[in-house]
Unconditional design. Structure first.
Length: 150
């Protein structure tokens, strides 16, 4: 249970920050511009970074690349899953004009539904999670290149 509580906690906090960012953009009617979703990767990356950093501090002697990578992946997966569920509820129940306005802002006459947009949001979140976990683990991995003094 100890191994899962840290990524779960950081995944919940990261998803809460993602939702808050989306709602703040919504206050200024900027959430309909897809360009602002690029900052979601920064939020997700920071949540993954903090989860891996804390995992390494907790298990300094047994920390491995695989353990840190799993922590990052699980943190991002939880954050993405919760945000995707929120996005689906928001776009289908709260703001019914959101999806048509979003697709029109992309300069296309797309005929897509809420399920497809939510799937795209989920895939983008999972891709961000995977890339962030790989990049961040380069900072925290224990190098095997330098021989240890014996």
């Amino acid at each position: 249970m100890k191994k899962i509580s840290l990524p779960l906690r950081f995944g919940l906090v990261t998803s809460a920050v993602l939702i808050a960012y989306f709602l703040v953009l919504g206050l200024f009617d900027l959430h309909k511009n897809p360009l602002f979703s690029l900052f979601n990767s920064v939020i997700t990356g920071f949540g993954i970074y903090e989860a891996i950093r804390l995992r390494k501090l907790q298990d300094i002697n047994t920390f491995s690349y695989g353990e840190g990578f799993k922590t990052g992946i699980f943190t991002g997966f939880i954050a993405t899953l919760i945000f995707s569920i929120f996005f689906l509820i928001y776009s289908t129940e709260i703001d019914l004009d959101y999806l048509p306005t979003l697709t029109n802002s992309m300069n296309g006459s797309f005929n897509i539904n809420a399920g497809l947009i939510t799937f795209i949001v989920t895939v983008m979140g999972l891709a961000t999670t995977l890339v962030s976990a790989f990049v961040i683990m380069q900072r925290f991995k224990i190098s095997q290149n330098i021989p240890k003094n014996e």
